[in-house]
Design a protein around this ligand. Structure first.
Ligand SMILES: [Zn+2]
Ligand SMILES: [Zn+2]
Length: 341
């Protein structure tokens, strides 16, 4: 089969490899769509994620496809079923899992390698993080379960509530998912800022206010839109220390700042102690999602409560994957590209 393997920073190769053998509890899936993710672009450009990436690394983690082989002992999954599965599952045994922090599991089973014709799903993921697609749901839409699960995890922790004003930095796929979810969670006004007009155009469908930050200062606009108070919840969806810093300028007293985007390791931000003390501002980061949140995210997509279709701005065959990472994604005009193996 054809599979994209990452050999190092910016060194992605499409190779002919063996179709994986299926062991007990595992399944083999013919990938029908694999969506690109900001995390993939980060890994492509700067390596990353403490210990998770080992070269040559099978690449891609958001996908859906058809079951073609079912290992011994698998229950409820049959050949021909349309499914998607998560990129990880917790162990349910480590100290973090015992505390209920399943997204922080220290002994997670990972699954990478969806930019390929076939993907083998490990037994623990078959058991704990797999969903069957209803007939109306496309493969590419189902693939977006993973980022939505992470967004859901963040939004629940940030505690967006009825009547809140929410300010979002970044109108990429993550920012737009946060925007939709915040409205569904009852936000009264969502203000979203980005530099790319094409992205703001998509965000307009849900956001109350879009701000092109190359023309207008986001802090001034958020203050103006909130009678000088600032937003109840601020969400950073870019993943740069500058925008993490900027997020602190947008928050109201008593509000919450969710620093959602992952920054390069070794980076730092400065926090005004007065903001946290006299302003009682809550500052938090979130990572990944729990299997329960994966299931909820999948249901939100398949019921149409969250509309992920506008996020898929292009379809490209697997043979052109290099082009996607070298040119299409860096231009930032596209949101998510569906890779079709
Ligand atoms: Zn992702
Ligand atoms: Zn664990």
């Amino acid at each position: 089969m054809k599979a994209a393997l990452l050999y190092g920073i910016r060194d992605l190769r499409l190779e002919e490899v063996e179709i994986p053998e299926v062991g007990p509890g595992e399944i083999l899936v013919r990938v029908r769509a694999a969506t690109t993710c900001g995390t993939d672009l980060k890994i492509y450009r700067r390596g990353y994620v403490g210990g998770i990436i080992k070269y040559p690394q099978p690449f891609g983690h958001e996908w859906a496809g058809d079951v073609v082989k079912v290992g011994e002992g698998v229950e409820g999954i049959e050949e021909g079923m349309r499914i998607r599965a998560g990129n990880s599952t917790p162990c349910y045994r480590c100290s973090m899992c015992r505390k209920g922090y399943y997204n922080l599991c220290e002994n997670r089973t990972w699954l990478w390698g969806s930019y390929a014709e076939y993907v083998k799903v490990p037994a623990p993921i078959v058991k704990h993080n797999l969903q069957i697609l209803p007939p109306h749901l496309s493969y590419a839409e189902a693939a977006i379960t993973e980022p939505l699960a992470c967004v859901l995890h963040g939004a629940l922790k940030a505690g967006v509530k009825l009547g809140d004003t929410v300010a979002i930095i970044g109108a990429g796929p993550i920012g737009i998912l946060h925007c939709q979810l915040a409205k569904r969670m009852g936000a009264d006004k969502v203000i979203i800022g980005d530099m790319v007009e094409e992205r703001l155009k998509v965000a307009e469908k849900w956001a109350d206010v879009t701000v092109n930050v190359s023309e207008e200062d986001l802090t001034a606009r958020v203050r103006e839109e909130t009678d000088g108070l600032g937003a109840d919840v601020v969400i950073e969806a870019v993943g740069l220390p500058e925008t993490w810093q900027k997020a602190l300028e947008l928050v109201s007293k008593g509000g919450t700042v969710l620093e959602f985007g992952g920054c390069p390791s070794g980076t730092k931000i400065e926090v005004d102690t007065q903001l946290l003390h006299y302003g009682e501002v809550t500052l938090l980061g979130t990572f990944h999602a729990t299997p329960e949140e994966f299931t909820k995210a999948f249901n939100l997509i398949s019921s149409g409560v969250i509309d992920v279709k506008p996020l898929i701005t292009r379809e490209v065959p697997l043979s052109e994957i290099k082009e996607v990472f070298d040119r299409i994604l860096p231009s930032k005009r596209d949101l998510k590209v569906a890779i079709i193996p």
